[in-house]
Design a protein around this ligand. Structure first.
Ligand code: NAD
Length: 390
């Protein structure tokens, strides 16, 4: 059946197109790529936010979005976050992210991920992908069959494997930096620390915390996961619903995002919040202000959990875990600098972290104004440079 399209249909299509450009320019995104292949069941969006520092790196999320607009909003927000995370961690990477629209429990297939991999390959390295919520190492191995621009793959295939030990070390160091600000020294000995979520990061983190003599309280919605940490490290088990009202020095979210919200914050009596979970603040402005009003030192999640990104960045350069761990220790100094700036400029720690990231983007953007030779050129310019160097 042929559907007749009216003038107003075209107008509303135009409106949609225009609003997409408005979305892109709102936060200075560079590029959006819509990828579709009906046979493979693929509908994906890749967002490249900023490549000042290097190729845009960020994972591929597979999620059953309610509609395309929701997927677009998510990929734009997440890719921008990656720019700041890499910049403040001192990495030479830009910010990007991708979303595949679909159910990660029932709609995965080799052809879907290999098709997606071909789109990533087509970007010639402007975007490098990795696993994220809803995707795993096996999916990335399918992607890798079609593109070399993928990271975070298994050790068996020459990748860096599980990033959690590096993330955990970064969180531990970040927590110490926060203690040095709050208590005048960075010792965790005797500190009461509530850890929410007993997954991969929490497992390694609790090892560090207990070896420094902290009193660790661990919770998980799956009690057996928390009990493993109780048994191995001598932590104390608490129920998942009891974490927020605990009387403790530090709250360490290592489960889900959005847990700092108007229901949970009024229950809290912590001095510091420092943990690995992404997007901890349900609303960045409202809820960080609520924490400040309560006198809580909030350590921005995208700074303290950068160990995972540091790990995959190292994979790109030829993986060496000692080097990745040593870079993750640097999170200590970054957090000290953020807290210092937030005090001097009377701004939130989140805003101070974004400011540091933007300053680095500007400084490094400027050095790229200098022409550094034509060794990367092909064609006539490449021939010319070869003749000159001969
Ligand atoms: P994981 O999936 O291994 O562990 C998360 C744990 O949280 C699970 O055991 C889950 O049962 C538990 N959980 C879920 N909801 C809970 C709740 N309401 N109360 C208590 N426990 C709950 O994940 P992970 O790799 O340890 O990562 C932890 C967090 O850190 C995630 O938010 C992740 O996005 C973030 N992060 C991880 C890395 C990394 O290197 N793994 C890097 C950066 C950020």
């Amino acid at each position: 059946m042929t559907v007749l399209r009216t003038h107003s249909d075209h107008l509303s299509e135009q409106d949609d197109a225009l609003s997409i450009f408005a979305e892109i320019s709102k936060h200075d995104h560079e590029q959006l790529i819509f990828c579709a292949d009906e046979k493979a069941g693929l509908r994906a969006i890749i967002a490249v936010h900023n490549t000042t520092l290097g190729p845009a790196l960020g994972g591929t999320r597979m999620w059953n979005y309610h509609n395309d607009r929701e997927a677009l909003t998510d990929v734009l927000r997440l890719s921008r976050g990656m720019t700041y995370k890499a910049a403040v961690a001192g990495l030479n990477l830009g910010g990007g992210k991708a979303v595949i629209i679909g159910n990660s429990q029932s709609e995965k297939s080799e052809s879907l991920f290999r098709t997606y991999g071909r789109f990533v390959e087509g970007l010639g390295g402007r975007y490098i992908t990795a696993e994220d919520v809803g995707t795993n190492v096996r999916d990335m191995e399918w992607v890798r069959m079609e593109t070399k621009y993928v990271t975070g793959i298994s050790k068996a295939l020459g990748g860096s494997g599980d990033p959690s030990p590096v993330t955990a070390l970064g969180v531990y160091m970040g927590m110490k930096a926060a203690c040095s600000e709050r208590y005048g020294n960075d010792s965790l000995t005797g500190k009461k620390i509530v850890v929410q979520g007993a997954g991969q990061v929490a497992y390694y983190l609790c090892g560090h915390l207990r070896s420094e003599g902290a009193k660790v309280f661990i919770s998980d919605i799956y009690e057996d996961k928390a009990r493993r940490i109780v048994a191995e490290y001598g932590a104390t088990y608490i129920k998942a619903e009891d974490v927020y009202a605990q009387d403790a020095d530090i709250f360490c979210p290592c489960a889900l995002g959005g847990i700092l919200n108007s229901d949970t914050i009024p229950q809290m009596h912590f001095a510091i919040i420092a943990g690995a979970a992404n997007n901890q603040l349900a609303d960045e402005t409202i809820h960080e202000q609520q924490l400040i009003d309560k006198g809580v030192l909030y350590v921005p999640d995208f700074v303290i959990n950068a160990g995972g990104l540091i790990n995959v960045a190292n994979e790109l350069e030829g993986y060496n875990q000692d080097r990745a761990l040593s870079q993750a220790r640097g999170i200590y100094d970054v957090i000290k600098a953020i807290v210092k700036l937030s005090k001097e400029e009377r701004m939130t720690t989140n805003s101070a972290a974004v400011r540091l990231a933007e300053e680095r983007l500007q400084r490094i953007g400027q050095i790229k104004q200098i022409y550094a030779g034509s060794s990367g050129f092909t064609g006539r310019l490449g021939e010319m440079s070869q003749k000159i160097s001969r």
